[in-house]
Design a binder for this molecule. Structure first.
Ligand SMILES: N[C@@H](CCC(=O)N[C@@H](CS)C(=O)NCC(=O)O)C(=O)O
Length: 205
């Protein structure tokens, strides 16, 4: 049995979604953010950083959404539904690139935007210029790479689409998707998947 330490309203629902896509049993331990939007101290009982998602499985505790996704797929995706087979080294490398991309390159500019949106004007010009330029760069990159394909790696939904959905849902919250109809349609397509709907209902988002 997998235990998912789930902090509400954040990226952990996307780990629940992956677990649902794999059809696995799990228990969600749910934590609620404090008035500053931060995790409660009890989450440090699951992992020293006190951040979510964290899973416990088979005597192991694991943090970091990308590492959790790779672990679950290595163990449970025997049919290669969410990843190319490991024997296809190049396809797997491209898959890994996209799996890492959401947390490694894409996330920080959106976080800056989110934090700035909570600050009063005038905003610090260096951070504002960095955030705006990088958000435009990342959204343009995802749009161009997606093209007119339904999913980021082609015709088939795979694990990197989960992380990209997280990034694009942040972009939508920040009103950054208005000029990107193909990204909006991609986001809606992913959020409509029954496994996402189940994860949302089960965890509260
Ligand atoms: N790189 C980590 C980031 C984990 C993270 O920052 N999670 C946020 C939730 S979206 C969190 O727990 N924030 C609570 C806090 O920092 O107090 C991952 O991919 O899992």
């Amino acid at each position: 049995m997998i235990i998912l330490h789930h902090l509400r309203i954040g990226r952990s629902v996307f780990t629940a979604w992956l677990i649902e896509e794999l059809g696995l049993e799990y228990e969600a331990k749910i934590y609620v953010r404090n008035e500053m939007g931060r995790a409660p101290p009890e989450l440090k009982g699951a992992h020293p950083l006190g951040k979510s998602p964290v899973i416990e499985h088979d005597g192991m505790t694991l943090a970091e959404s990308g590492a959790i996704a790779t672990y679950l797929i290595d163990l449970f995706d025997a049919e290669n539904t969410l990843a190319p087979p490991r024997s296809d080294v190049k396809a797997r490398a491209v898959w890994n690139q996209w799996l890492a991309y959401s947390e490694a390159s894409a996330f920080a500019p959106f976080l800056f935007k989110l934090l700035l949106s909570r600050e009063q004007q005038p905003h610090p010009p260096v951070i504002s210029a960095f955030a705006s330029g990088e958000v435009a760069l990342q959204l343009g990159y995802i749009r161009d790479q997606l093209g007119d394909r339904p999913f980021i790696l082609g015709d088939r939904f795979q694990a990197p689409d989960v992380g990209l959905t997280y990034i694009l849902s942040m972009a939508r919250r920040l009103n950054e998707l208005d000029g990107h109809p193909t990204l909006g349609a991609y986001l809606d397509r992913n959020l409509a998947r029954p496994a996402f709907q189940r994860a949302f209902a089960r965890t509260g988002g």
